[in-house]
Write a protein that binds this ligand. Structure first.
Ligand code: NIG
Ligand code: FE
Length: 415
């Protein structure tokens, strides 16, 4: 039919917009459209959210998906993960049961150092396969996008290998990734006698090369006793900033000595952990409005730590935040954001809606995806999960059971 041919204007044949996918009959779509139970999708984006009957009248869909009464949520965004490890560290779990602390295990050459040895021994193909396996586990629990750190290589060669493995695993699995270079995770064992020499290598060789290769968009540093002090952290973060990289910081996990204040001063994207956040750190964050608090509530559980990040005070102060797994072999071995949301509700006293924000739009915003991910509103990426939950209030209520039944990225279902 030519464009100018008259079209019959009957009710049945009225001109409908076409869409690639129409999701209907869900228990509800969490978004800004009140009462929506359907989504129209094209080109990987949400065209419209609304009632199924309304969208059916408006769109002719190439494909339909029956939501079968499942709850439609934005795909989860994990704002803090360490997936570039080659083997787990189950042995340490026994040591911890015997009373050894996290930093004591690291000081004995266990902890992060043992993961570094394993990553250096792994080939790039082996590491890529491991990262892809980690991403698939995350996807099965509803994570469609994540921040992914290196940090178990601690040399230019092994950090580059880790970041390439992250990108290759993202391509292989469909995980949407923002890569972070965490070459300042620990001073590697070969430089223990001369940490300042490693700092120079970080600033003069590793960061410029990672940047020039386009392997990461941000950096991270573990500012903690036994890792990097404040002065070293500043030098590294300033070097990264000069290169145009975003800044993320592991801060105030066990000891508080100014890491949060430094990160805020440098306009970091996020400060993560915060179990021992000081009053001055909280004040700095409250004034920042840019630096997100990265809340990782399953970590103190895993480390048998009593302290929790002061989430209620952070939220009351209007600090932007996200909730993440911190998925890694040593301090939090879970790929599941729904499980972590349960910890957020129990240990951080967050509501279901607050927890859900933390694993969706809060995390997306901290990663620069605030206009694309974490919401099912028109124009946003059609990344969504169908969960066996009656309503939003059940999010993070149960634990030990994965509520995610189907996962879609850019409107395409992951198999
Ligand atoms: O975020 N705290 C430092 N880094 C990780 C743990 C890494 C590991 O133990 O392998 C964390 O908890
Ligand atoms: Fe971490």
């Amino acid at each position: 039919m030519s464009d100018t041919a008259p079209r019959p204007e009957t009710a049945e044949n009225q001109i409908k917009q076409s869409c690639e996918l129409l999701l209907h009959s869900t228990a509800g779509i969490l978004g800004t459209v009140e009462g929506a139970d359907a989504l129209a999708i094209s080109d990987g984006k949400v065209l419209s959210a609304g009632l199924g009957s309304t969208l059916r009248a408006q769109y002719r869909a190439i494909e339909e998906v029956d939501g079968k009464g499942l709850l439609g949520l934005p795909g989860f965004v994990d704002g803090h993960t360490h997936p570039a490890f080659a083997v787990g560290r189950a042995q340490e779990f026994d040591w911890r049961a015997e009373g050894l602390e996290y930093l004591e295990i690291a000081a004995r050459g266990g902890g992060i150092h043992s993961s570094v040895r394993a990553v250096r021994e792994a080939s790039e193909e082996q590491l890529t396969a491991q990262v892809a396996a980690h991403f698939r586990r995350m996807q099965r629990h509803g994570t469609t996008a994540c921040e992914a750190k290196s940090g178990y290589g601690l040399s230019l060669e092994d950090e580059s290998k880790s970041l390439r493995a992250i990108h290759a695993a993202a391509d292989a699995t469909g995980m949407r990734v923002r890569a972070t270079c965490l070459a300042a995770h620990m001073v590697p064992q070969e430089f223990q006698e001369d940490p300042s020499y490693y700092l120079e290598i970080l600033c003069n060789e590793i960061l410029p090369s990672i940047c020039q290769q386009g392997l990461a968009e941000a950096v991270d540093v573990f500012i903690e006793r036994g890792a990097f002090d404040l002065e070293a952290g500043r030098r590294y973060l300033e070097a990264a900033q000069e290169l145009g990289l975003g800044l993320r910081v592991h801060a105030d996990q066990f000891h508080s000595f100014g890491a949060v204040e430094l990160a805020v001063e440098l306009s970091a994207e996020s400060v993560d952990h915060l179990e021992v956040l000081s009053d001055s750190g909280l004040e700095a964050l409250a004034l920042s409005r840019k630096t997100h608090a990265g809340l990782l509530p399953a970590v103190p559980h895993f480390l048998r730590q009593q302290a929790n990040a002061p989430a209620r005070r952070l939220l009351a102060a209007g600090v932007p935040y996200f909730i993440a797994t911190d998925f890694n072999p040593g301090s939090c071995y879970t790929p599941s954001l729904p499980e972590v949301a349960h910890f957020a509700r129990i240990r951080l006293n967050l509501s279901a809606a607050e927890a859900l924000h933390g694993v969706t739009h809060g995390a997306a915003t901290s990663l620069g995806w605030g206009e694309q991910k974490g919401r099912l509103d028109p124009g946003f990426d059609a990344d969504f999960v169908l969960c066996e939950l009656p309503d939003e209030a059940h999010f993070g209520y149960g634990f030990g059971e994965n509520p995610v039944r189907r996962v879609f990225v850019g409107g395409k279902e992951l198999s």
